[in-house]
Design a protein around this ligand. Structure first.
Ligand code: ZN
Length: 318
């Protein structure tokens, strides 16, 4: 079983050994009621995707946005859930009576793409997921890079503009502060307030300027609104500039772009990054890098988490 625990909902899936999703379930979670309520929600989601007609799953993997200790299954810090030091593996394995593996959500999604998606068979892979924030993860020499504090891969917080826009992290000018979903919304609001005539349709669609979201921008860009188009084009350029830095730094064979923003903005964002990598990276890195869209969509997290659980079980039994 693979589980992807978000800030407001949990996705669970029964996943076959070939990475196929056999059954799935979604639940809203009661994050405001604290960890034990969320654990109950996860347990009920997992039970809903179990199938009495099939053998019991060999284990459960769960991806969580935040810092996790994979050895102990403790979530050290998950800001979106307001969790600190939650013993998630212990709580879930007690209720579900199966071994539980806890992973960072971006690493889990990267493993999904690496084992079963657009990164299959690739030992030098970088995945970048653009949603509300921007997360990344690197496979090098056939292994996930962990880093000294198990925090490697924060591609969203690479500095794109020294002294630039304020980020949600301690830095300013981060890639995420330009191209993350929250930043797209923020840039669109500012542009609409600066030029109310150009921003009229965005404000009208959203209700108020404050309510403009990345989804509003996406929708209006598809409908041909000039300001929304400009925001999308600028977002593609920011993301492309970040991907040039990533390819120069890690020299991957494949660079995958995924996440809700990449899926939902009008098509072309991946092509802009591909062209920037081809023209602006150091030549050996540029020649090696294949820039593609991630293949598993929103399923990458559950599929990767399930694979991690299966792999851990296999190591445990050896
Ligand atoms: Zn940042």
């Amino acid at each position: 079983v693979g589980v992807d625990l978000g800030a407001t909902k949990v996705a669970s899936a029964l996943v076959g050994a070939d990475g196929r999703v056999l059954r799935r379930s979604y639940r809203l979670i009661r994050a405001a009621e604290g960890p034990s309520a969320v654990v109950e929600d996860v347990v009920s989601g997992v039970r809903a995707c179990l199938d009495a007609g099939r053998p019991a799953p060999s284990g459960l993997g769960i991806g969580v946005a935040g810092q996790v200790d994979a050895d102990t299954g403790v979530v050290r810090f998950a800001p979106n859930l307001a969790w600190r030091n939650v013993r998630l593996a212990e709580a879930l394995s007690r209720d579900l009576e199966m071994p539980v593996t806890v992973a960072n959500d971006v690493r889990a999604a990267t493993v999904g793409e690496w084992r079963f998606g657009a990164g299959r068979g690739c030992g030098e892979l970088v995945c970048v997921f653009v949603g509300t924030g921007i997360g990344g993860s690197i496979v090098s020499g056939g292994r996930l890079l962990a880093g000294c504090a198990n925090a490697a891969g924060e591609i969203g917080h690479m500095t794109l503009v020294a002294g630039g826009r304020r980020c949600h992290c301690p830095n300013v000018g981060c890639l995420e502060a330009y191209a993350g979903g929250w930043a797209i919304a923020e840039r669109a609001r500012e542009a609409a307030l600066e030029d109310p005539r150009a921003g009229e349709r965005l404000v009208e669609r959203a209700g108020t300027a404050d309510a403009i979201s990345a989804a509003t921008v996406s929708e209006l860009a598809r409908a041909g609104d000039a300001l929304a188009r400009r925001i999308v084009d600028e977002t593609a350029e920011f993301l492309a500039a970040g991907m040039v830095a990533v390819v120069n730094a890690f020299n991957p064979c494949r660079l995958l772009l995924g996440g809700g923003v990449v899926r939902n903005l009008p098509p072309g964002i991946v092509a802009v990054a591909r062209e920037a990598v081809r023209r602006r990276c150091q030549p050996p890195a540029a020649r090696a890098a294949r820039v593609r869209e991630a293949a598993l969509g929103a399923d990458a997290g559950v599929i990767g988490a399930a694979w991690l659980a299966r792999e851990r079980g296999a190591v445990g039994r050896r």
